[in-house]
Design a protein around this ligand. Sequence first.
Ligand SMILES: *Cc1c(COP(=O)(O)O)cnc(C)c1O
Length: 359
Amino acid sequence: MIPVTKPFMPPLEEYQKLLQGVWEREHLTNNGPLVQELEQKLQDYLGVKNLLYLSNGTIALQIAIKALDLKGEIITTPFSYVATTSSIVWEGCTPVFVDIDLETLNLNPALIEEAITDSTTGILATHVFGNPCDIDAIQAIADKHGLKVIYDAAHCFGTKYKGKSVFSYGDVSTTSFHATKLFHTIEGGAVFTNDEDLQYRMSRMRNFGHAGPEHFDGVGINGKNSEFHAAMGLTNLNYIEDILQSRKEQCLRYDELLKGLIVRSIAVQEASCWNYSYYPIILESEEVALRVKKALEKNDIFPRRYFYPSLDTLGYVETEALKVSKDISRRILCLPLYVDLVKAQQQKIVEIIETNLIK
Ligand SMILES: *Cc1c(COP(=O)(O)O)cnc(C)c1O
């Protein structure tokens, strides 16, 4: 079976070695030494100042919205994972969808201004498939209208924009370290900010608002992560260069194999260094996409319709249909991509795609 992705599994002995220390200390969670070590090592690796390690990428979004005190309407993308929209609704705000760019599949900055009203307080954009948004254009609009910017950078481990980690942009960036992501800690996530005051508030929020054993500073939630998750992160971090390199090689190989066929992938944002975290293909029509998917599945190969459906179709949001997002979501497939995937498998995948493009 060839799934769309597989979690990276480090050597078990290396993970166990870290667990040995956990057993000795009997410190399982609550900002333990492995959590602190992971935060430090990730900051060093990514070249970012403030990283707060959290239990997942969804709580990261919720904490970001809460810490920035966003109210009313938040402009966002319909082409993302459901957590981007659900977090806005969960925090009592209203998502206002703006359509995506046809080439990058990211929020289209040219359409943002016409969606701004007196109730708009922020923009929550996703760097889709690890490909940065047009960050400069979005920031210029936010500055002009006094809006806060959050980036859902769940796909972005290793991506750079203008030479810096893409996590260092926006008022807050969030990410996910879920098992299906390029770098993972089984479950996990993080928030990033350059604002020390915001960093302080989010660190309190992560831990019920505790500012001491008997003192609380603002409302909080439980967004902490455990020593076991941090141990997985520390172990996986030793292999991050191999993971990034294999993703890149596989994506370039798909590019090569698919050359000349009637499919396209995404356009990478200018001035950025992409992490090759997903390999989406956009087919001619939904009919072709479903035919290709079915043919692959018959061969025990499981691509994924990602993202599908477009988030403006969720039952708990009110909006007009977003044309580009709706169209793309119907005819996009993410192809298998993971460390152990070999060339012969990629060749077979592309052969099946090729023979099913035309009926
Ligand atoms: C995975 C993902 C999330 C959610 O992260 P979790 O760690 O699973 O909670 C949010 N947004 C996007 C775009 C994602 O891909």
